[in-house]
Design a protein around this ligand. Structure first.
Ligand code: AMP
Length: 673
């Protein structure tokens, strides 16, 4: 059983990772993942008393943290008063000399550092002794021992000020990013026994009537039952244009009613609706960690002990082997302790992913996890499905080419009956063109062959509708073909328009240096037409779903490949590619499961945008890694050489962390991305 927990009061991402690590190793825990941005913990375990196990581990690391089942907003960020007292004492110490100066500096030290020192004391006897609080305390105790009172005070004070601003920046941006992704809808107004009552959306069954007034979000996928209004679907599709709906129109949950109160008839349960699925995906995105995040976790595990050992050697070697002065080398070693927390990276890297995923979702691009966001930038080949992806996927019957002696109306009737249970867009176009009510008693067995057609028994006759080869005619003829009792009856010309944004999207992707490929189950002649119109040189038609999978697997052996499909029959291909993108797939279970990225609207032009966001995120991650590690290494070198002091070291610690956090937020705040 998977359970969700929130760690309130935790503000140290490094500690969060340690907690996750320890939980993973617990024999009763099957899986544990922590979102280091929102401090949400997901634990899978069979054990009923998992709460006490989690609490015990969390308290051992961070005893002030509260483990809860629900999220609590942190409302305000008061500046700690003692920090101000400390700052004043510290400033005052510059105006005095002698013992009084020392007393003021020590006052500043204790007022500024009480939280750190207390936390260090708490963890002193635990396995996690190399935590940042303990190391800061150790470094400043060292400075005090050396008589560097002002430095000790400065290190504590700036460490705390840096942490405060860092928390503030993270918390504020977390709120604004979360607000964008927060589509929650806690209640539904439902009509029951002539009365309108408010209930939890999860308690509404399909077929019930909802009342949605202007300003409210539609909680469940529905159709308009009574009334008309305009909807803002932007949070679900990223499209700014309001959508007009009237009786009979489909309404996707998550849309906001803009103008008139309407009654809607639900077609799904809350759990199966687009909104609930999107929310679940967004919620879990930070748990699916990217390679860079995993690298940072591993790096963090070794970095601190390595720096502490280096600090120790920096004292021992010169003093014991070269008879150097202990005080000089102790001071240099303390500089190492001050820069020994990998916090800058541990905080800023997950934040950049969070910001990237948030920005994408604001554009109607749902990314399932950091790993998918990261992979997107490395994609070399993009394979498109044709129908519904590059074309509208809305077929219209243009012409009936019946064989001599066959009545065109009879042929359409046979085909419409055979197709009546299929959800394929071609099937629907034939049923629509037939236009009469289907008498299902005339329909015997029906079987759909994915990527080929249907085989059905209609009024006791064997009807096949689909590709030319599938109905027994020559392979690869254009159109949709029909045979009845193994006799060829003719074909339908069904057309599907190319999407308006397809050409410009292909163009943009080519300019981004991506190789473009078209894979389709449709007859090669149709595929070639579309490929020509869009300037795609490589295309393959007539592919069955497993052949598409084989194509993708073959490319994936050499190159990073992305597949974009509309989600119908595409699940295996989506899963086989490095990144699978489903379009408009919030409605389809299989696509949502198999895809790594879902473009909520049918707009293919979101794809270059998603790649741009990925590049931007990666660039920022890279800058942060180079900057944070670079500055720390530089300070250690300068420190060992006796050039840097502890002031510089504290900047290299918290200053760099703060700058890295602010840099990560650029992914989100620069909305041109
Ligand atoms: P798909 O992979 O679903 O795009 O299908 C590839 C091709 O198979 C289509 O272009 C049609 O020619 C044929 N096909 C698949 N399903 C059907 C169907 N239900 N009715 C008619 N033709 C179909």
């Amino acid at each position: 059983m998977k359970t969700n927990w929130y760690l309130h009061g935790l503000n140290c991402a490094n500690c969060a990772l340690k907690i996750e690590e320890e939980l993973k190793q617990h024999p009763l825990v099957e899986e544990a993942a922590i979102d280091p941005v929102r401090f949400r913990l997901v634990v899978k375990s069979k054990e009923a008393q998992i709460a006490s196990i989690i609490e015990e581990i969390v308290y051992r690391h961070e005893s002030h943290v509260e483990v809860r089942r629900e999220a609590l907003e942190r409302e305000s960020f008061p500046v700690p008063k003692l920090l101000i007292v400390s700052l004043v004492l510290f400033a005052a110490s510059f105006f005095f000399e002698g013992h009084f100066k020392t007393a003021l500096a020590m006052g500043a030290y204790f007022f500024g550092g009480h939280r750190v020192i207390q936390a260090a004391a708490r963890t002193f006897f635990t396995r996690d002794v190399f935590n940042e609080n303990f190391l800061m305390t150790l470094a400043t105790f060292g400075a005090i021992y050396l008589g560097e009172f002002a430095e000790a005070a400065a290190v504590m004070l700036f460490f705390e000020i840096g942490e405060y601003f860092q928390d503030l920046a993270v918390e504020r941006s977390k709120k604004s990013i979360s607000a964008l992704m927060d589509l929650r809808c806690d209640r539904a107004r439902v009509e029951r026994n002539g009365e309108v009552i408010e209930v939890d959306p999860a308690e509404v069954s399909p077929g019930e009537i909802l009342l949605v007034v202007p300003g409210e979000r539609v909680p469940i996928d529905s159709v308009v039952w009574q009334g008309e209004t305009t909807l803002d679907t932007s949070s679900m599709s990223g499209e700014a244009m309001p959508v007009y709906v009237e009786e009979g129109s489909d309404v996707l949950s998550g849309s906001i009613n803009r103008t008139h109160a309407v009654k809607l008839k639900t077609v799904k349960t809350y759990q199966d609706s687009a909104l609930a699925r999107v929310l679940e995906m967004v919620e879990n995105a930070s748990l699916k960690k990217a390679p860079t995040e995993r690298f940072i976790t591993r790096f963090a595990r070794y970095y601190t002990p390595a720096v502490v050992v280096a600090a120790l050697l920096l004292v021992l070697i010169p003093v014991f082997f070269f008879a150097q002065a202990f005080e000089v080398w102790l001071y240099r070693a303390l500089i190492f302790l001050v820069v020994s927390c990998p916090c800058a990276l541990v905080v800023s890297i997950p934040l950049a992913f969070f910001a990237g995923i948030g920005t994408a979702s604001a554009h109607g691009i749902l990314i399932k996890g950091g790993s998918d966001l990261e992979m997107l930038a490395s994609i070399e080949t993009i394979a498109f499905d044709k129908t519904g992806t590059l074309t509208e996927g809305r077929f219209a019957l243009q012409e009936i080419l019946a064989e001599p002696g066959i009545d065109a109306d009879d042929m359409l009737e046979m085909a419409a009956y055979a197709e009546s249970l299929s959800s394929h867009p071609i099937a629907q176009s034939l049923v629509k063109a037939y236009g009469k009510v289907i008498d299902h008693t005339r329909l015997g067995s029906m079987r759909e062959f994915s990527g080929s057609g249907v085989h059905a028994e209609v009024g006791g006759r064997e009807v096949r509708v689909g590709k030319s080869g599938f109905v027994g005619a020559d392979d690869n003829l254009p159109g949709i073909h029909v045979s009845v009792d193994a006799e060829y009856w003719g074909s339908f010309v069904v057309e599907d328009a190319i999407k308006k944004s397809a050409a410009s999207t292909i163009d943009k992707l080519k300019k981004m240096g991506r190789e473009i490929l078209l894979l389709s189950g449709d007859a090669s002649v149709h595929v070639e037409q579309v490929a020509d119109a869009l300037g795609i040189e490589k295309f393959y038609g007539g592919l069955l779903p497993d052949e598409k999978v084989r194509h993708i697997e073959e490319i994936a052996r050499m190159k990073k490949v992305l597949f974009v499909g509309d989600g119908i029959n595409d699940a295996p291909v989506l899963a086989a590619s490095d990144v699978g993108v489903a379009m408009g797939g919030v409605g389809s279970d299989a696509a949502l499961e198999a895809a790594d990225i879902v473009l909520i609207s049918d707009e293919i032009d979101k794809l270059p945008k998603a790649i741009e966001i990925s590049h931007r995120t990666k660039r920022i991650l890279f800058q942060n890694i180079i900057f944070a590690i670079g500055v720390k290494v530089l300070v250690m070198i300068l420190g060992a050489a006796g050039i840097a002091n502890m002031w510089l070291a504290v900047f290299a610690d918290v200053g760099v962390a703060l700058l890295a956090v602010l840099n990560s937020l650029r992914v989100f705040f620069d909305r041109s991305a």
